[in-house]
Design a protein around this ligand. Structure first.
Ligand code: F0G
Length: 463
């Protein structure tokens, strides 16, 4: 597979420190084998997340200088509103400081206590905010998503039949909200088809249920629709984005992904008149938690950069390069017999660590084993998306067996070059070749009660 050349050139560089294997072995030991505890400067290629780690363009940096820092009614706020109205077709737009802030503002308004919310798949923070609002989060993703080796289009889709059955079984009065996550991060950045968005919205309307789009990677999703869905090849990314958003009533967005910035988030309400009460409450929660409605926890300069990033991300050449970069790496890995969530999704490569270490059980965390090996091998920082991240059952205290044990290589936007991707492939292939010699995984020596993977201490289990 050919690497799609960058549709940009580099004008400013950031030096990264090279380390030796010996040094890295010490750093990761000192970090208690938890990659979140490493210092950024001890990492060569940082694939911990694609969130807020993007490289801004010269236009965005120029925008940073132009940012209007008026407390109320800043020029940068109106610039962001104009861009978002045009792009998404939503009447009410509310800036916030990041995705989970949008969830914190919106979900307590939409989620009734004791009710269920259903998604193709909830991301950790959306799940947490449903639960904090007193609801229960249920996933209804299509079965194909759960088979990493199975190549299928739109593996991020909602299982519409299962959604209908779930609503019927629960009784519609016990359901608050339907959430469509585009792309589907937890399933490996897998896209959702337009047909699926449309069907889910029609079903929700027939039950009178609102649909919230969790829109962090809306442009990457639009690219997949244009490339792979019948009838969309001739439609522009902008047209596809507008149609995606037409199948929702509300959206929450972490702008740290597809707005190609380092901080920011958005809330949108499509029909401001129909949902006047919702908008009222959003404004009031925003003032309480984030800041006045015309800045929502951001500096004016951040809104300026976000407005510009939102126009850059819908450029087809950029998206072809972005997804092409991941496909280049995915193809190299598959050629070497490494199982990944395939086809390759939008923002990262999810390596099936269980199939690389079939002899390491889920309770010794194969996803974490591979993440630590990648760091020791080449200074690459990734994370476990598996049993280590899932933690313990809150009722029994027992380790949960996750659906998958993935190691996620999440790729920052416009940051790494083809040579970096070759380093990633080589490191993974080297590890695969000696996977049999890595006999045991990790045990946890200390963990906090919730979201333990960020802070826990681990220790290798001696043979
Ligand atoms: N929704 C999705 C689908 C996400 O992927 C994220 C963040 C959020 C909401 C929350 O946004 O971080 O701005 O508060 N995902 C990051 C990741 C952290 O690494 O996948 P946030």
């Amino acid at each position: 597979m050919k690497y799609v050349a960058e549709p940009f050139r580099i004008k400013m560089v950031e030096t990264i420190r090279m380390t030796t294997r010996e040094e890295r072995e010490q750093y990761i030991k000192d970090a208690h084998y938890n990659l979140f505890n490493l210092r950024g400067e001890d990492v060569y290629i940082d694939l911990l997340t694609d969130s807020g780690t993007n490289a801004m363009s010269q236009e965005q940096w120029a925008g940073i200088l132009r940012g209007d820092e008026a407390y109320a009614g800043a020029k940068s706020y109106y610039k962001l509103l104009d861009t978002a109205h045009e792009l998404f077709g939503y009447e009410y737009i509310q800036p916030v400081h990041q995705g989970r802030a949008a969830e914190k503002v919106v979900f307590p308004i939409l989620v009734k206590k004791g009710n269920v919310c259903i998604s193709n798949m909830f991301f950790d923070t959306t799940r947490a905010h449903v639960e904090l609002a007193g609801g229960k989060a249920v996933d209804c993703v299509v079965a194909e998503a759960k088979d990493p080796a199975m190549k299928a289009k739109f593996k991020g889709n909602m299982d519409v039949e299962k959604l209908r059955r779930t609503i019927e079984e629960l009784g519609v009065e016990n359901v608050s909200l339907i959430v469509m996550t585009i792309t589907n991060n937890s399933a490996g950045g897998q896209p959702v088809s337009m047909k699926n968005l449309k069907e889910v919205y029609a079903l929700a309307q027939s039950y009178g249920l609102p649909v919230c789009i969790d829109a962090a990677r809306f442009a990457e999703n639009a690219y997949f629709i244009q490339r792979d869905e019948e009838g969309y090849a001739e439609r522009s990314i902008e047209e596809i984005v507008k149609e995606e958003f037409s199948y929702g009533d509300v959206f929450t967005m972490s702008a740290k992904k597809d707005a190609i910035v380092n901080i920011g988030g958005l809330i949108g309400v499509r029909d401001e008149k129909k949902h006047a009460e919702l908008v009222e409450k959003i404004k009031s929660n925003c003032i309480n938690f984030e800041g006045f409605v015309t800045y929502g926890g951001l500096a004016g300069r951040d809104m300026e950069a976000m407005a510009i990033g939102l126009t850059e991300v819908v450029d087809r050449d950029y998206l072809a390069y972005r997804i092409g970069q991941l496909e280049y790496l995915g193809a190299k890995l598959e050629e070497a017999g490494i199982v990944i969530q395939s086809p390759v999704g939008g923002h990262g490569i999810f390596v099936d660590a269980r199939s690389m270490f079939p002899h390491i059980p889920y309770y010794e965390f194969p996803g974490q084993v591979l993440a630590v090996e990648l760091y020791k091998e080449a200074g690459i920082r990734t994370c476990d998306i598996g049993s280590y991240m899932m933690g313990n059952d809150p009722e029994t205290g027992k380790q949960i067996q996750a659906e998958f044990d993935f190691t996620r290589l999440a790729v920052p936007r416009r940051v790494y070059t083809q040579a970096h991707f070759d380093v990633m492939a080589e490191a993974l292939i080297n590890i695969k070749n000696r996977a049999k010699d890595i006999k045991r995984g990790y045990k946890i020596t200390w963990e906090p009660k919730i979201l333990r993977h960020f802070q826990a201490h681990l220790e290798p289990i001696e043979e």
